[in-house]
Design a protein around this ligand. Structure first.
Ligand code: HEM
Length: 128
């Protein structure tokens, strides 16, 4: 018997699609995140769909189209504060809840995203 990738165990293309949709519907309505997301939602969703597929061990279509992810560098044009990272993660948790992703695989996936999100922070909290 062959070992399945996390991508397959989570439900493959269908799960990633549903997650990405549920996630960006929230992101584009979250006050802390709205100023950063000026690009068309469909475009951003498509990139994230490709990226998360690859991140979970599925086909590496993101890198084939866009090259090495270098996510921290790609995020440098955007002011990512700790509060924005928390807002991003909250959208992700809610999206996972919405599509019914639960159990140890979800927990592991979310933990990995938490690490990436913390690494994306590039701006101190502003005075408010
Ligand atoms: C792109 C924000 C965390 C993956 C972007 C963009 C923004 C953004 C504003 C550009 C949208 C555009 O094209 O105009 C944030 C914020 C985060 C965060 C505020 C909070 C920590 C993450 C994490 C991941 C991720 C944790 C991965 C797990 C991506 C990918 C792209 C992207 C793959 C597309 C990059 C490209 O090819 O251009 N993000 N992001 N982001 N983000 Fe994030």
């Amino acid at each position: 018997e062959q070992e399945q990738t996390l991508y397959e165990q989570l439900g493959g293309e269908e799960t990633v699609d549903r997650l990405v949709k549920a996630f960006y519907e929230r992101v584009y309505r979250t006050p802390e995140l709205i100023p950063l997301f000026q690009t068309d939602m469909q475009e951003v969703m498509e990139k994230q769909r490709l990226f998360l597929t690859q991140f979970l061990g599925g086909p590496a279509h993101y890198s084939m189209q866009y090259g090495p992810p270098r996510l921290r560098m790609r995020h440098l044009p955007f002011e990512i504060t700790p509060a924005r990272a928390q807002a991003w993660l909250r959208c992700m948790r809610e999206a996972m809840d919405e599509i019914g992703l639960e159990g140890p695989l979800r927990d592991w996936f979310y933990m990995r995203l938490t690490q990436v999100a913390e690494f994306m922070v590039n701006t101190a909290e502003g005075p408010t």
